[in-house]
Design a protein around this ligand. Structure first.
Ligand code: GTP
Ligand code: IMP
Ligand code: MG
Length: 336
């Protein structure tokens, strides 16, 4: 059985949380593993009127039989992790790789006070400074923290054992392609690579073990914090289109732009995308809100999906039509 990685294609906040939760519910993984930077991420999952914003626990938590693992590459803030474990009631299945690096209050303080980081507009969650200490080889690891004692595991070992048994494993990235330390709009980027290869490495999955990479794009890309945004639209235009979004972690207003086919294609190339999940089609055409079938999309929406496929050269297999988990068109069986 395969391993699938889900990553963000633009500047984060593409709606990975919702897509991961949907794929988890439909494809039933025995493990959902989280790669990416750390608690700078905020994934939103809306289910039956309840809204969850998770920063550490994989967004697939809604699928109850799965183990929820945090890969060694990810930074852990023990306070954030333990709080989410309690709120989501996942103490029996949430685990952290014993080698994860730990974010301490001093990292958050530095992230919020250093001039150059304020100019970049970081999330202030301590991720950059903790990664600096990690590279300096002075950071604490999960195995050094008594409060995490009952949550430690060897994530690569668990994942590879599950794959050998024939289970499906779902791997979730965070942030997005254009925030990658290597390929993004440097220096206005996060503190690590965010592409699928990095996410695989974060959880200890070798490149030959990855079968599918789903890249999530939103119809209208957004960006929080400073830095280049070639297709950005004026605030008044975003308001006129009814696209007003705020960050899950920082509450900052997201900048909004038009679809960027060139960036999407470059992002899909480096991510090795095999499928595209497109979110926010209801923002392109309000009549598509909550639609569950391809045939019920408007001509405008269908044309847009076809344009995306012709520009990016990768099939669109999932189309999200609203924030709620059930608002989705799943074309995977028809297309693959
Ligand atoms: P990061 O890991 O922080 O990059 O986040 P993310 O990719 O998980 O996205 P996030 O949850 O931060 O932001 C996406 C927002 O769009 C959330 O508020 C979702 O509820 C919402 N959303 C997701 N899909 C759709 C959709 O198809 N239509 C609309 N209108 N909203 C959506
Ligand atoms: P940092 O990752 O907190 O260092 O922030 C660096 C840049 O990445 C800033 O522009 C942040 O706004 C952005 N960023 C980091 N994590 C996310 C995310 O999950 N969603 C959107 N932007 C993010
Ligand atoms: Mg987010």
């Amino acid at each position: 059985m395969p391993a699938t990685i889900i990553v963000g294609g633009f500047w984060g906040d593409e709606g990975k949380g919702k897509i991961v939760a949907h794929v988890a519910n439909t494809d039933k993984p025995s493990i959902i593993a989280r790669g990416g930077v750390g608690p700078n991420a905020g994934h939103t999952v809306e289910i039956q009127g309840q809204k969850f914003g998770v920063r550490m626990i994989p967004s697939g938590f809604v699928y109850k039989p799965a183990r929820l693992l945090i890969g060694a590459g990810v930074l852990v803030n023990p306070e954030v992790f333990l709080k989410e474990v309690e709120i989501l009631k996942v103490a029996d299945r949430a685990k952290v790789d014993y080698r994860c690096a730990i974010i301490e209050p001093k990292h958050c303080e530095f992230d919020r006070s250093a001039d150059h980081l304020r100019k970049i507009g970081t999330t202030g969650s301590g991720c950059g400074p903790a990664n600096v200490d990690r590279v300096n080889r002075i950071v604490k690891q999960a195995k050094d923290i008594p409060e995490l004692k009952n949550f430690l595991t060897d994530v690569p070992f668990e994942i590879n054992k599950a794959l050998e048994k024939g289970d499906f494993v779902l791997v979730e990235g965070s942030q997005g392609f254009a925030l990658s330390l290597y390929y993004g709009t440097y220096p206005y980027v996060t503190s690590k690579d965010t592409t699928a290869s990095a996410i695989a490495s974060d959880v200890g999955l070798g490149p030959t073990k990855v079968d599918d990479v789903i890249v999530v794009f939103k119809c209208f890309p957004t960006r929080v914090g400073a830095g280049p945004f070639p297709t950005e639209m004026p605030v008044e235009e975003a308001e006129r289109l009814g696209i007003v979004e705020y960050g899950t972690v920082t509450g900052r207003r997201r900048r909004v732009g038009y679809w960027d086919g060139e960036l999407a294609r470059y992002s899909a190339m480096i991510n090795g995308a095999t499928q595209i999940a497109l979110t926010g089609i209801d923002k392109l055409d309000k009549e598509c809100y909550g639609v569950n079938e391809w045939g019920k999309l408007t001509a405008k929406a269908k044309e847009f999906v076809e344009r995306v496929e012709s520009e990016v050269k990768v099939p669109v297999t999932l189309i999200s039509t609203g924030p709620e988990l059930s608002q989705i068109i799943d074309l995977r069986k028809e297309k693959l």
